[in-house]
Design a protein. Structure first.
Length: 579
């Protein structure tokens, strides 16, 4: 580890076992809206609206029957990828007369909900049944059934796929192996975006499929395979092609759609590749072609299950009605129209429907041949544990994260304490290991504290982040909020790190107020002129100006995290999961 403090920029266990047990069951494959509702199973005697919408943070979406009021509302913990299923959900709500309040979160969070006894949720709807089978240690989940399936694939821009020789001008794709993808990365011909293997189901599924494919064995991945330098070096080479990481599959899709010129490929669910293409075509951009690696991909089975916390028969009957409606022919049709597979064995239930055909388009590289969904044997629990440890400590691309932290006078006391606690949760090796976000030997973390001026900057490389955290604790909170000068210095560092090609790079800005230094336009010009694609992730708390932070997110294809309510340390953990 190395550390550096300067006045100007210079270049420079809890989830492990849980994930291991959960992922044993993972199946790999070869080639109207009201926000006042809270609590689960609640009565609602008010008139219901006939549409759906989301909260400003896009974390909660409530559906109510269009034909009248609902007497019961069920609360569901759901993967973010289910946002695309809104029409099918609305149909099920209308058909059952049951309102649903959907809280979007990561698969690991859903698993945590179950391990904590279900909290106040009435149902769970993760990307894969593995998170139910592991998290449900108290056997609360009843009647879990798959709602659809979708494989995890590479989505590569058509122009790039043709350039690589993986497709022709019609969009018809050729057989591509994991080794072919590695070769493209090694030759500097391909970079791609992918969710974190320790934070997202799609990332974990893809990563373990890569290992299985490259082991070259017909049986399960073994501990010996993970000790095989040829296998691990190939996976590390493959992951060196990652240009952006994420903690959410749905957000990753949105990021690629927002900037297709700079992000020409992603690893994601087939259904999200289809959704991305609909949006890309609407804006006149090149579509993505689905590439199904011939030697190893994974499949998501999207199960919906009831969480029995003793709510009583009224809530259980309401769940049964909603689940049944989500499985009827109309719901299956609506799900397939957004790219989900609802037939047996990965087939389509409605292949002749015009809208389904427009989703599963051969000129997007989509294949409806269910033979690409063949499973391979699962590794043992200790092997998966080792694989995840390898990912976080050695195999993933190193990260370079610049933490721009507000130390103005309004941060004195509780505000500063919350930020220090959040940084500790994200960067302290032992505490961050509980969330599988601990720093690796090659990771770089930079603290840029500011108030009325930019304070001394601290840069640490490796797993020992104590000097950075000590500076975070000892810096006094007083003065004004000069956000943009601090971001200017962070941008200089970020641009240098990005140009090296060694890291995934991100800036994280934390403030509780509006910048009192009016150089927004100058900073935005600097960002555009830098040629960088580094995202700015902002954490909003206190009286932070949401418009300023939203503008930073739009400028950099980043994201705003709301830390004004709930556990601020948890927000820091979420942000670190994006880099």
């Amino acid at each position: 580890m190395s550390a550096q403090v300067s006045g100007t920029p210079r270049s420079t266990g809890r989830f492990v076992a849980v994930l291991a047990c959960a992922l044993i069951t993972l199946a790999f494959v070869l080639c109207g809206c009201d926000f006042a509702l809270d609590g689960g199973g609640s009565s609602d005697s008010s008139a219901a609206s006939s549409s759906s919408s989301t909260s400003s943070s896009s974390k909660v979406q409530t559906f109510t029957p269009s034909g009248g009021s609902a007497t019961v509302t069920i609360k569901i913990a759901s993967g973010s990828e289910n946002k695309e299923a809104a029409e099918a959900i609305q149909h099920a709500v209308d058909a059952s007369g049951v309102a649903v309040e959907i809280h979007y979160m990561g698969s690991l969070d859903i698993m945590g909900v179950l391990k904590d006894g279900g909290d106040d949720y009435d149902a769970v709807w993760p990307a894969s049944s593995i998170w139910i089978s592991l998290g449900d240690t108290s056997h609360l989940v009843k009647d879990a059934e798959s709602t659809s399936t979708t494989p995890v694939v590479f989505g590569v821009s058509k122009a790039k796929a043709i350039e690589l020789g993986w497709a022709d001008s019609s969009g018809a794709t050729k057989q591509v192996s994991t080794s072919d993808i590695i070769t493209a990365v090694q030759n500097g011909q391909l970079t791609f975006s992918m969710t974190s293997a320790t934070q997202s189901n799609s990332g974990a599924s893809a990563y373990l499929a890569f290992l299985s494919a490259l082991s070259g064995e017909s049986g399960p991945l073994t501990a010996d395979d993970l000790q095989n330098e040829e296998v691990t070096s190939q996976v590390k080479e493959l992951l060196s092609g990652v240009d952006r990481s994420s903690g959410s599959s749905d957000w990753l899709k949105d990021m690629v759609v927002s900037d297709p010129e700079n992000h020409q490929a992603m690893v994601n669910y087939e259904s999200l590749v289809i959704q991305a293409n609909k949006e890309l075509e609407a804006k006149g951009a090149d579509p993505l072609l689905a590439i199904y690696p011939s030697d190893g991909i994974a499949i998501s089975d999207s199960p919906l299950g009831y969480v029995d916390r003793g709510q009583g028969s009224t809530v259980k009957d309401a769940f049964d009605s909603f689940q049944s409606a989500l499985e009827d022919d109309e719901a299956k049709l609506l799900l397939e129209r957004v790219g989900r597979r609802c037939g047996l064995g990965g087939k389509l239930a409605n292949p002749d429907d015009e809208e389904v055909s427009r989703a599963f388009r051969s000129d997007w590289g989509i294949t409806t041949d269910a033979s690409v969904l063949k499973s391979v044997p699962m590794p043992a629990a200790d092997v998966i544990t080792q694989a995840l440890q390898l990912y976080q400590s050695d195999l993933r691309k190193p990260s370079y994260t610049i933490w721009v932290v507000d130390y103005s006078g309004s941060m004195y006391g509780e505000g500063k304490d919350g930020v220090v606690e959040g940084l500790t949760e994200a960067l302290d090796p032992e505490r961050s290991a509980a969330s599988m976000i601990q720093p690796g030997e090659q990771d770089v973390n930079v603290l840029v504290p500011f108030s009325s001026s930019v304070h001394d900057i601290c840069t640490v490389t490796g797993t020992d982040t104590s000097e950075l955290l000590d500076l975070a604790r000892s810096t006094s909170a007083d003065g004004g909020t000069f956000l943009y000068p601090a971001l200017e210095q962070a941008l200089e560092l970020a641009t240098q790190a990005e140009q090296s090609g060694t890291y995934t790079v991100a800036i994280v800005a934390m403030t509780d107020g509006m910048s009192t230094y009016d150089e927004k336009d100058e900073f935005e010009d600097s960002y555009r002129n830098s040629g960088t694609t580094v995202p700015i992730f902002s954490i909003m708390f206190g009286d932070a100006d949401s418009s300023q932070l939203d503008e930073l997110a739009e400028l950099s294809n980043g994201k705003v995290f709301d830390g004004r309510e709930g556990d601020l340390a948890d927000v820091f953990r979420q942000v670190k999961g994006y880099n």
